[in-house]
Design a protein around this ligand. Sequence first.
Ligand code: HSE
Length: 363
Amino acid sequence: KKMKDVTYVAILGYGTVGGGAAEGLTKNAGRIERRYGKKVEIKYILDLREFPGDPLGDRVVHDFSVIENDPEISIVLEMMGGIHPACDFSAAALRAGKSVVTSNKAVVEHCGAELLSIAAENKVRYLYEASVGGGIPVLNPLIHCITGQNTVTEINGILNGTTNYILTRMREEGLDYDEVLADAQRLGYAEADPSADVDGFDACRKICILAAIASGKMIPMDKVRVRGIREITQEHIAKANEMGARVRLVARAVLPEDGCVCLSVEPYYVRRDNPLYGVDDVFNAVSVTGDSVGEVMFYGKGAGKLPTASAVVADVLDIVARGDSFAADENIMFTVAPEAYSDKLPEKYALSTEQTLGTPVFA
Ligand code: HSE
């Protein structure tokens, strides 16, 4: 087979992650061509801005319909942030027969259910590995290696890099959260509106996505009880030290047999013997418990340009390697099910939480 096969892609949003994905595709062009027998070419970059002097500056367009109407584009990489117009552009791309890869957790939480069904109807793929856990491969292993043959009963995670970075530096340097936030922004970890990080909404979106993959039920995030780290002070850090624990923002999903989905995001005093105890800085960790496999842990960088871009490029290469037809195990078809949400942990979980994870900071 000739090596000159080209997959043309379009990037929507040339910010931190978009720039990282472009860099990842460019830097690895030789490896990709050798390994997949195909070139992946960035044909367009959609952004409101111009990028004079950028090596890909000549690919910049300002009108999405150029991409939508170009039959040569087979994959659209949506890294815009925000729900609108990212959601509409994704739907339009899928309807135009293009697969979509996204890092946009707001879109996956808010319209992932609909986009997955549009992808199925149009026999293309909608992949969103980068939306949870930054560079950690966690969603694809869950979908392909765990949820098919396991009933998932529990997920516990540190799912926000910014707040974990802030809590780590508060502990190590005695600083207050607002003194460290600027550094998290400079490092490209924080959201455009960092309240999404510090108030727990970003972690909430991600646990909603994980729980939807595990249960098939998407709980809209505005249902979920969320508490962030804004009120965490040096007193809490000192108390954690005394207890031999560490303050962590923990996102939890408990899936009891009655079909309820119990979700919460709040700071915990995490016990020293729990694996989340040692997860510092921008690292995220996700523990998933399945009835056959037991507990599985995922760990890695949860935010930042290149880690997140690595997950985006992984989804692109999955399409290059395995094709762009919607696969049976991607047919998880989240059902939006606000009624399944429960705020109350069943008794046995409440007890084991205290014994294995720790206690909430704000009782
Ligand atoms: N602001 C997010 C975080 C980026 O800090 O985890 C990655 O989703």
